[in-house]
Design a binder for this molecule. Sequence first.
Ligand code: HEM
Length: 124
Amino acid sequence: MKREIVDSEDVKLLVDSFYQRVNQDDLLSPVFNDFAKVDWESHMPKMYQFWESILFGSATYQGRPFPKHIPLPIGIEHFDRWIQLFETNIDEQFTGEKAEMAKHRAHTIAHIFKTKLKHLNKFS
Ligand code: HEM
């Protein structure tokens, strides 16, 4: 049964399952684990807060995500894969207005990141 995203438990499920997919992905995992050497214990709470702020207006995320992406060795194909995994992950588990909102916002933010990276000539 697909569920609606109604509370922070659902957001945690969404984020945990998405990064499980990222960690198993041949294109994205090396960026997170080999290049950025992400400390997952501190990264995950930030991502819960980020998506809670977007979906429920909780304003618990106070960071600036874009600068963190400037040094990464990423191009169009990484964004395409990121979006593909994000959408599949939502569609397999969730339904409803917040699920649609999450996908829509992910697309918008990915588009903004891509546009900014292009302007910085940072696209591989
Ligand atoms: C090509 C696609 C992407 C890759 C490979 C990627 C990779 C990463 C990595 C490696 C970090 C950790 C950086 C660090 O702590 O040093 C990070 C942080 C983050 N990313 Fe992405 N990202 C991608 C797209 C996106 C998109 C589309 C969004 C938003 C919808 C997003 C939101 C964030 C946020 C909120 C953080 C935390 C920033 C902070 O520390 O406050 N990312 N990303």
